[in-house]
Write a protein that binds this ligand. Sequence first.
Ligand code: AMP
Length: 310
Amino acid sequence: MVIVGTVALDNIRTPFGEVRSALGGSAFYAGLSASYWTEVGVVAIVGEDYPEEGFRLLERHGVDYRGITRSKEKTFSWTGEYTYDLNTAHTLKTELNCLLSFAPDLPAVYDHVDTLFLANIDPEIQLRVLDSMPVRPSLVVCDTMNFWIENKLPDLKKVLSRIDILTINEGEARMLSGEFSLVAASRKITAMGPKTLIVKRGEYGVLVFGKDSVFASPAYPLEEVKDPTGAGDSFAGGVIGYMTRSRKSTNDVLRQGVVVGSAMASFCVEDFSTRGLENLSKTAISGRLSSFASLTSYPDLPPLDAGMKG
Ligand code: AMP
């Protein structure tokens, strides 16, 4: 799969600590997360201030970074803060820097990829990438956020008309649709193009709306959450990585993918920046997936006439 998005240096403050110029960005988190499931390439731009450490980390996870351009400007930087409501990120500063001159040029080896993830980035760039692909990948997924809904709505709508799945935060689903009810929001958003809408609800998990179906997955209840940054991107990386590895986009595979994504996001939030995703063993991942299975399983209910009064 190929991921186009931001590779960033983040300044983050949560009630549990603070990091400055930390590794981050939508494509960076999604790439690390997906690398546990499938082969992945990242397309992005960084500035000359970007540390080698970022590339080494991708390399260690087998992520192909031939699509990351280095510019003479500064790296995209996001400064954000969370209060005790860790579900809501407060953006203090978005410094686009080198993103302003990003003209993505996908290496030719990506011409026939199965899956394209247009991670959170300027919708104009997402459009350019879609236009540049000689063959439409069989699965195209997109993520976005309030910043782009506010600043680039016409371009975002063009992107939405050409994708299969949209992943978006609860608040942003309401903002994009103008509807408070998520059911009503999903109807309006799927009418814009995507067949499936995944609404991310922070510690409350996700809701997946298809044409005639709804699926819910909780977030894993953790003892300690330090930094929710990147949870959405790690979630998406897990879902899409799993679907790509399965080579199918059926409803069952999507549901399995959503649980995989939720498990990957749960590792991400346990530490600052990308630390929670950096050293995961197969045992740790499968252990968390089994915990997820027991979290959501319950025995079949008895027939109604046996279980109800009157
Ligand atoms: P999330 O998974 O939603 O927590 O995404 C966190 C990442 O999104 C951070 O590492 C930021 O660098 C990145 N980010 C923040 N604002 C933007 C933006 N406007 N466009 C693209 N990426 C962003």
